[in-house]
Design a protein around this ligand. Structure first.
Ligand code: BEZ
Length: 253
């Protein structure tokens, strides 16, 4: 067995052991929180700006985003199997993110040389090159700014966090998954579709909505205004609950 393989296997094992060991109420977990001076981010907050090394050179978030949306997502560690599938999936979805004017950036708290080595494994096992930057957050600067280390889950490594940031640099979605569960990036695209639609039209999207499905007219819109805003018409199920075809697309033939 190669020493690299042993290193990686040991890293995943120690990650799992650490996760099992650090229980809520463990004094060590509390100490870690103080140590990290954790910031707590909420929807509507300004996304913290940063400069950090990445596989595509140093990245200054605001400059790098320009007028685009961004998805910033963290994963626990390099050379781990679930993360390998996630990065492959995001790389395969690049065109979908591009179509929506979204730039994607990954993060783990490993150094750059490990990211570069791991990129080869991603290409080999997932059949796609890493085509977006991975932050090398070895000093945990970005992880702390975005509260990506949850000490009661793991003392030092990042959980699976996702942040959607709009072109005004406002945080529009935060979600957090456990280390053992790979994320569904179709869901990330679905939320972006919903945010971009509802920013432009006085609608909200119902449970399990996907692009093309009917949407909900905001309850604050009176029927008189709805008649003008939604020329395709609407169904009133309740006075506060009206459904209309998605306004920014042509009806299917
Ligand atoms: C993984 O990405 O495969 C993984 C990471 C941490 C713990 C378990 C699995």
């Amino acid at each position: 067995m190669s020493s690299e393989h042993e290193y990686v296997t040991e890293k995943v094992r120690s990650f799992e052991a650490e996760g099992a060991r650090v229980a809520p109420g463990d004094g060590r977990a509390g100490r870690q929180v103080d140590l990290l001076q954790t910031a707590s981010l909420r929807l509507g907050d300004k996304a913290p700006d940063f400069t950090q090394d990445s596989t595509q050179g140093p990245i200054h978030l605001y400059e790098w985003m320009g007028d685009s949306w961004a998805v910033l997502f963290s994963h626990p560690a390099d050379f781990t199997p679930v993360c390998t599938t996630e990065l492959g999936m995001v790389a395969r979805l690049k065109q979908e993110f591009d179509k929506r004017n979204v730039k994607v950036i990954g993060l783990s708290v490993d150094p750059l040389f490990r990211h570069d080595m791991w990129a080869g494994d991603i290409a080999e096992t997932q059949g796609v090159e890493l085509n977006f930057p991975l932050l090398a957050d070895a000093d945990r600067k970005v992880a702390q700014l975005y509260d990506m280390i949850h000490p009661n889950a793991h003392a030092t490594e990042t959980v699976r966090s996702v942040f959607i940031i709009d072109p005004k640099k406002t945080v529009r979605l935060i979600h957090t998954y456990p280390a053992s569960t790979g994320r569904n990036f179709d869901e990330v695209l679905r939320v972006i579709d919903s945010l971009q639609l509802t920013d432009d039209h006085k609608v909200a999207t119902p449970a399990n909505w996907k692009a093309g499905d009917d949407v909900i007219i905001l309850p604050s819109v009176r029927n008189q205004e709805a008649d003008k805003l939604f020329p395709k018409g609407y169904r009133e199920l309740k006075p506060y609950f009206r459904m209309t075809p998605q306004p920014n697309i042509e009806p299917a033939e």
